[in-house]
Design a protein around this ligand. Structure first.
Ligand code: ZN
Length: 158
């Protein structure tokens, strides 16, 4: 295993052991539940969206190490980002774990920079059954964000 792989693995183990933002938000503008019956992962995600920016996000639930670490890391990364930035990140993350990441060197580099520590889940693409684990919280997040965005004027949704 390379040094980077080891770093990524310890990052996943750490987030699984001590998940960040593992609570329910006292007030939230969007909420959604995600289930992965294949693995038994179930998570609830709450978001607070203000003026098109995710000001707070949290999750609760249980699941395998991949699903929990992915949810935890997601909450640390999207806080403070705009809804459209979050959508862009989800697209990149989804491409990475489904093995559809860009192959051109400059695009690869750009994707890595954008994803940051989320790159820890790149190895998931070799295990199709794990893809649902890694993306579960993200799907719930996008649902929660859409709920929150419904309350916003149309011009703030792009
Ligand atoms: Zn799982």
């Amino acid at each position: 295993m390379s040094e980077l792989d080891e770093l990524y693995q310890s990052l996943i183990l750490d987030h699984n052991r001590a998940p960040r933002n593992f609570r329910e938000l006292p007030t939230s503008s969007g909420h959604a539940e995600g289930r992965n019956p294949l693995c038994g992962d179930t998570f609830n995600v709450w978001v607070q969206v203000k003026d098109g920016v995710v000001t707070d996000v949290s999750f609760l639930g249980q699941g395998c190490a991949i699903s929990k670490a992915s949810a935890s890391m997601m909450t640390t990364i999207i806080k403070g980002k705009t809804v459209s930035e979050v959508r862009g990140l989800f697209d990149r993350f989804h491409q990475m774990v489904t093995g559809r990441a860009p192959t051109a060197e400059d695009e690869k580099k750009e994707a890595r920079n954008a994803l940051g520590c989320l790159s820890a889940f790149a190895g998931v693409s070799a295990f199709p059954i794990r893809v649902k684990c890694a993306t579960l919280a993200w799907h719930a997040l996008m649902k929660a964000v859409e709920t929150a965005a419904d309350g916003m004027p149309a011009d703030a949704r792009s």
